[in-house]
Design a protein around this ligand. Structure first.
Ligand code: CA
Length: 225
């Protein structure tokens, strides 16, 4: 899952990003409204945490610009004050939720989970399921019938993308955008290496699923026949 944090208080922005990373999210950070909007317009995020008071362009304008351009990424607004006006404005412009500063990070994490809980079958808060195969966020592992195997962070993130979009071909460039970001110099053969690690790990626990190659395009997660 990829999250964008747009917050100009550098310490808060960095602390939030760090907490999200520790919770297995992939995080980009913007410190002003204009670069926040630039990032948001890529459409590659699963959720955006957006401060309202920002230099360059305020959060409400970032949000209304996004929505006008049909970017429907879920947005959680951060309001510095508990002013009713800000919240109403934000919700009117298409925000999905808001948090009033200061807040506890557990609450932010719960709201991000709620907003991103649409794809895949959620077994509980921290695991995704496909054909009996469970991907567990808290242990960073995949499990099949009591056997489990640990994944590296990138393997986990690729597996999460696949399991959230079962039977759908994920193009390699989409995987790179989602996991490494637009400006990365990761190449297709890097992904092939991760996919081959994942295949080995899946077969080591006899999981009845396989990662199918769509030649020249990408990969999909399928049931073993
Ligand atoms: Ca601010």
């Amino acid at each position: 899952m990829k999250i964008l944090v747009v917050e100009d208080e550098v310490q808060l922005a960095d602390a939030l990003s760090e907490i999200l990373r520790r919770n297995m999210y992939n995080v980009d950070t913007s410190y002003d409204g204009i670069s926040g909007l630039d990032n948001a317009m890529t459409g590659i995020y699963d959720c955006i945490v957006l401060d309202i008071m920002l230099p360059g362009m305020n959060g409400i304008d970032v949000l209304s610009n996004m929505r006008r351009n049909k970017i429907n990424t879920p947005v959680i607004l951060l309001t510095a004050r508990s002013e009713v006006e800000d919240k109403i404005n934000g919700l009117d412009c298409g925000a999905d939720d808001y948090l009033t500063k200061p807040f506890v990070t557990g609450e932010l994490l719960a709201r991000i989970r709620a907003l991103t809980r649409r794809k895949g079958e959620i077994v509980d808060d921290s695991s995704l399921d496909f054909n009996g195969l469970q991907l567990n966020k808290s242990t960073c592992s995949v499990m099949w019938k009591g056997s489990d195997v640990k994944l590296s962070l990138k393997e986990f993130q690729i597996m999460e993308l696949l399991i959230s979009n079962p039977h759908r071909i994920l193009p390699k460039e989409r995987i790179i955008e989602k996991i490494w970001g637009y400006e990365s110099d990761v190449e297709y053969n890097n992904i092939e290496v991760y996919i081959s690690f994942l295949r080995k790990k899946l077969s080591s626990i006899n999981a009845p699923v396989h990662i199918k190659t769509a030649r020249g395009i990408g990969y999909s997660l399928e049931q073993e026949e």
